[in-house]
Design a protein around this ligand. Structure first.
Ligand code: AIR
Length: 175
């Protein structure tokens, strides 16, 4: 039996990525990668609203005090993790509904998005881990000039990619 991971890992991290099971990691890796590409350190944990509820609550209660600014929470099926964390922290929580085999993610989406008034969770698309990371970047960029400039560059590159596609498609179908 291994010891549980310590709650306090790194006081400098500003985004926490929490998932209900390690089986969500293949989806959530996109969030880790995009945040790292913006030079943001991430803390990545497995905490389950149902299997380790006390650990999840303790994590949420201590997150702001440890310097975390945004929490990204992923879960599939009865996906209550984001809501439970949002109930126990003042920080913005972004939910990623993970698609499981049986119901394709609609179950996860509905479980995550239908929060009661007063306890908001910003939910991205099913398996939308990359956008969850990008939304966290936008939130952090509000108070960080370097990140704001990086974000502008990212958006320009995205637009350039579409213009390249446009030019290619126009050339392919002209004449
Ligand atoms: N889950 C874990 N605790 C509560 C929930 N809803 C979710 C995980 C994962 C799914 O259950 O987030 O998406 C299946 O987990 P596992 O461990 O059985 O693969």
């Amino acid at each position: 039996m291994t010891a549980p991971a310590p709650i306090v890992q790194n006081a400098d991290m500003s985004v926490a990525i929490v998932m209900g099971s390690s089986s969500d990691a293949t989806i959530m890796d996109d969030a880790v990668q995009i945040l790292r590409s913006f030079g943001i350190e991430v803390e990545v944990r497995v905490l389950s609203a149902h299997r380790t509820p006390d650990d999840a609550i303790e994590f949420a209660r201590s997150a702001a005090g440890r310097g975390i600014k945004v929490i990204i929470a992923a879960a599939g099926g009865a996906a209550h993790l984001a809501g439970v964390l949002a109930a126990a922290t003042p920080l913005p929580v972004i939910g990623v509904p993970v698609a499981l085999v049986n119901l394709g993610g609609l179950d996860s989406l509905l479980a995550m998005v239908q929060m009661p008034k007063g306890v908001p969770v910003a939910v991205v698309a099913v398996n939308g881990a990359r956008n969850a990371g990008l939304l966290a970047v936008r939130i952090l960029a509000l108070g960080d000039e370097r990140l704001a400039a990086e974000q502008d560059r990212f958006r320009k590159e995205l637009a350039d990619q579409v213009r390249d596609q446009d030019a290619e498609i126009v050339a392919r179908y002209s004449s």
